[in-house]
Structure formats: C-alpha cells, structure tokens
Design a protein around this ligand. Structure first.
Ligand code: FFO
Ligand code: ATP
Length: 190
C-alpha cells in the first residue's frame, strides 16, 4: 500500500482536479443538507461541528446554513496558533460569515471572542476514505486527537466521490468515521 504522504499528494491532486470541474454556479446546489438517515441520528439539542472548506474540499457551508435554520448551534474549528490544539467555537452567522476571521492554515475561523462549544456530531474534511469508515486527513492529527478526547461525538466525513479508495493506510491512533457523505452516496452509518 502507498505511504500516507504519497497518498496525500496524489489525493490532493485528484481532489483539485475533481472539484475544479464542478461549475462555480452549481456548487451551491451540492451538500445543501445531509441525507435523511443522518438527519435522523441528530437530536434537536445537538451542537453541530462543521468546517470552513478550503478551495477544493467538499463544501460545508450549506450544512452550516441548514443546521442554523433548524435551530442547532453550529461550531467551527479554531486555533490560537499553528501549534496550539484545535477547539470549536460558535459560528452564528452562516449566511454573512461576518463572525469569522483568518486563522492559521489559511482557513477562516471564529474570532477569539466567540464562545467555545463541544460538537455532539462533527462533520470532517478528508483527503481519502474507504467504505468501512477509514479516513486519511491532512496529516496534522488534529481531528484524530480531538475525536480521541471526545469519544461520544459522532464523526461524519464529507467528500467528493473520487476520494473513495479500496484501502486506506491506518495507524492505531486513526479514528474511524461513523459515516461518509458524498454528492451521490451515503456510506454508513456504520
Ligand atoms: N477546511 C478545513 N478546516 C480544517 C482542517 C481541514 O483539513 N480543512 N483541519 C484538518 O486537520 C484542521 C486544520 N488543520 C490543518 C492541517 C494541515 C493543513 C495542511 O497541511 N494544508 C496544506 C494545504 C493543503 C492543500 O493544498 O490542499 C498545506 O498547508 O500545505 C491544513 C489544515 C481544522 N480545520
Ligand atoms: N490521539 C492522538 N494523540 C497523540 N498524537 C496523535 C493522536 N492522533 C494522531 N496523532 C499524531 O498526529 C500526527 C498525524 O496523524 P495522521 O497522519 O494520522 O493525521 P491525519 O489523520 O491525516 O490528520 P487529521 O486528523 O488532522 O486530519 C501523527 O504524528 C500522530 O502521531
């Protein structure tokens, strides 16, 4: 099996190629809200963890708007510096995004003044996944560490269909996903 770093390079290129082929005016039409079997998992009082997608990642802002309209608190990852641990903080303006600022890794994040929240379900970006729920991330270990510290939180991958692989190299610290959503399929809930 290819090493994680080789796979990361290949999957970044594949994801870029795939995502840039989706016309700009169609992007808002995909990932508008999660499929029914996932919505059924989510209790009315749950806090929803999402991410602010980088250019070629599966877009997650439609879910932020959907869950916010449905009355759920929405939270995004936040870092004080590149080396500090990830926490989650309120994202109260998913339509205007006026409550976000530039953070480390070039990703928009809640301001330091936003209140910290602990998601009950966490939607996570990824570079590759398989149909058993294994995940390859960016290599920072941020989600693996956070999920290890918060074992009650369900983890749902969001991905383009091209990110599905037969096999993912895994290590003991890698946390499995409870489900993965793509524009055409739902894998799980396992
Ligand atoms: N949108 C988004 N938010 C996220 C993550 C993510 O993968 N995507 N993270 C996931 O853990 C955490 C941030 N950690 C990160 C760790 C490493 C890199 C990283 O290596 N980025 C590459 C650029 C990748 C590319 O070109 O696509 C880099 O900086 O070289 C990014 C984020 C939390 N927030
Ligand atoms: N629970 C943990 N405790 C301590 N270190 C961890 C833990 N999980 C992962 N790490 C460390 O994080 C680093 C990156 O892990 P890995 O290559 O699995 O990242 P990834 O799953 O691709 O990234 P991410 O979870 O940020 O998307 C490794 O050095 C690993 O040892």
């Amino acid at each position: 099996m290819a090493s994680k770093s080789t796979l990361r390079r290949e999957m970044r290129a594949l994801r870029r190629e795939h995502a840039s082929a989706v016309p700009e005016n169609m992007r808002g039409l995909i990932f508008r809200h999660p499929p029914g079997p996932l919505r059924e998992l989510i209790k009315p009082d749950w806090t929803i963890g999402l991410y602010h997608a980088a250019e070629h990642e599966a877009p997650a802002s439609g879910y932020a708007r959907h869950f916010s309209e449905a009355g759920h608190p929405v939270a995004l990852p936040r870092f004080e510096s590149k080396d500090s641990p990830m926490d989650f903080a309120a994202h109260d303006d998913p339509f205007g995004e006026q409550d976000l600022e530039h953070g480390p890794f070039g990703i928009m994040q809640p301001a330091a003044s936003s209140i910290a929240l602990t998601p009950d379900i966490l939607f996570v970006p990824l570079l590759a996944f398989n149909d058993q729920g294994a995940r390859l991330g960016q290599g920072g270990g941020h989600y693996d560490r956070w999920l290890a510290d918060n074992p009650e939180t369900k983890a749902i991958g969001m991905a383009w269909d091209c990110q599905l692989l037969d096999q993912i190299p895994t290590e003991p610290h890698d946390m499995m996903l409870d489900a993965i959503v793509t524009p055409t399929r739902l894998y799980g809930p396992f």
